[in-house]
Design a binder for this molecule. Structure first.
Ligand code: SME
Length: 162
């Protein structure tokens, strides 16, 4: 495919996700490199929605380690249970945080972040990574983001090779 996304910026979020998902699927389907696929997925989400920060942390031992991302520099290691990312890992479920200042233990990589969603990536029933997205807007994420992002990471995980 042409290395260019085709998504009208005036679309509502659900419509944009509906166009984004098949384009990301096409982008990653013949690429065996896990890192390349994480990198392009982060770039595709960032350029579609212009969120503050979009990226992945990979599980390495007892920590999450910074992986491919788009946005300002970020903390490199997060322990299990720490912050929104570490808690999503520990609980093995998506966490949607409408106001990061109200989340106990939130790790502020950027003072501009106001809301956040973290989606775990599962392979053979274990968390291998998390997708983390930060927004400068309060309450920017809803069940719509959760539903589409969970579909998106499921697609990525189908490409994962241990
Ligand atoms: N806010 C996250 C840390 C990662 S940065 O947002 C990129 C957390 O509380 O886990």
């Amino acid at each position: 495919m042409a290395e260019e996304l085709k998504i009208d910026p005036s679309l509502d979020r659900a419509s944009a996700y509906r166009l984004l998902l098949p384009q990301v699927a096409a982008l990653i389907e013949n690429e065996p490199s896990w890192i390349a696929n994480l990198a392009n997925t982060a770039a595709a989400i960032k350029s579609t929605f212009d969120f503050l920060w979009v990226g992945f942390y990979q599980v390495m031992g007892d920590s999450l380690v910074l992986g491919p991302f788009q946005g300002p520099i970020a903390c490199t290691r997060i322990r299990k249970g720490e912050g929104v990312c570490g808690q999503a890992w520990a609980e093995r479920k998506t966490l949607c945080v409408p106001d990061v200042d109200q989340f106990p233990g939130h790790i502020a990589c950027s003072s501009e972040s106001r809301s956040e969603i973290v989606v775990p990536l599962l392979y053979q029933d274990r968390v291998i990574a998390v997708l983390d997205i930060d927004s400068t807007q309060l309450s920017d994420f809803s069940e719509i983001d959760q539903a589409y992002l969970e579909q998106l990471v499921m697609k990525l995980c189908q490409q994962y090779v241990d």
